[in-house]
Ligand binder design. Structure first.
Ligand code: PBG
Length: 325
């Protein structure tokens, strides 16, 4: 007779049992697809993100269509803005005929029910490469920046964006953008706030993609210190209070504890961003044959869901959805 009553392995004995006991599900509906695009007619591959390119507007629409076909019906737009259009005041950020408004219109025309999410921050448009306006002494200005962010958000809403995602980490921007949208009749446009966005080295490839690295200094006076978790709770309470509809933690994989912390602290839906550096690491190891790409990608995305994220922004969105079949 066996001495052992507890045999956890009984719950793993075959695929059917494992299937009905599985605690976390990953489906294409959980995924949001970030896309890079530019003004040119050709696509330009991004060296540090194999498989990703700066797309032409036509390719952007095509890629969104391919993602939809496998069940990913949400995209986030990241424009690579021409160097000549970058200014200290980042005025191109709210140009109603700029690249982003044109991309939103093209996407909505092709796929009216596609959920188009836009990034609000000045870095792709700023000759300084910062998310906010920079004072002569190098400080990144808060309240002055928030005014520009409101204009940027409005220009995106006017073009048809469904969800506005401020990634700038200025104080008070969620409330200000909410008010600006409501005052102009855009009560139905959602705000997905980058609540806990860390000053992370994992954004390196993204900054290559957009040529948007800070020209001076770094982003530590506005993005969060990677050593802090409690501080994320403070940002969470503020964003809830300011009227955010959904919150985000970024990066995702190295910050699973923060995802879990916010999951337990808020009733709001939570997103997490598997950022460019996380993508690059997985891609590089897979290309060398050191990791099984499909398995590590699906495991990493499942882990982000398990930590508590409802939605995941990932450059693997289309590919993962294809794998999930
Ligand atoms: C811009 C922005 C960044 C990312 C998303 N929006 C870069 C940054 O803050 O420097 C990073 C995304 C990624 O690395 O995939 N505000």
């Amino acid at each position: 007779m066996s001495e052992m009553r507890q045999r956890p392995r009984r719950n793993r004995k075959n695929a059917t049992v494992r299937g009905f006991l599985r605690e976390t599900r990953l489906s294409p509906a959980n995924l949001i697809y970030p896309l890079f695009f530019h003004e040119h007619a050709d696509d330009a591959p991004i060296a540090s993100m194999p498989g990703c390119s700066r797309l032409s507007l036509a390719s952007l629409v095509e890629e969104a269509g391919a993602a939809r076909a496998v069940g990913v019906n949400a995209v986030v737009l990241f424009p690579a803005v021409e160097e000549a259009l970058k200014t200290p005041g980042a005025e191109e950020a709210f140009n109603p005929d700029g690249l982003v408004p044109r991309a939103i219109k093209a996407l909505k025309e092709a796929y009216p029910d596609l959920v188009v999410i836009t990034d609000v921050a000045l870095d792709p448009y700023s000759s300084e490469g910062h998310d906010g306006l920079v004072a002569p002494d190098g400080r990144v200005l808060n309240d002055e920046t928030v005014e520009v962010l409101c204009r940027q958000a409005l220009s995106q809403a006017m073009a048809g964006a469904d969800v506005i995602a401020p990634s700038d980490m200025m104080d008070g921007r969620v409330a200000a953008i909410r008010d600006a949208l409501d005052d102009s009749g855009y009560e139905e446009v959602s705000i997905l706030s980058y609540t806990a966005k860390y000053a992370s080295a994992f954004y390196g490839p993204f900054r290559d993609a957009l040529d948007s690295a800070p020209r001076h200094g770094d982003k530590q006076t506005y993005q969060m210190d990677p050593a802090n978790a409690r501080e994320a709770l403070r940002e969470c309470m503020l964003d809830e209070d300011e009227g955010a509809d959904m919150l985000m933690v970024k990066p995702a994989g190295p910050y699973l504890d923060v995802i879990r912390l916010l999951r337990e602290a808020t009733t709001l839906p939570l997103a997490a961003y598997q950022v460019s550096g996380e993508y690059a690491m997985l891609k590089a190891a897979a290309e060398r044959g050191w990791l099984d790409e499909k398995r590590v990608v699906l495991e990493s995305l499942t882990s982000i869901r398990r930590a508590g994220a409802d939605a995941i922004l990932t450059y693997y969105a289309r590919q993962a959805a294809e794998w999930l079949g």
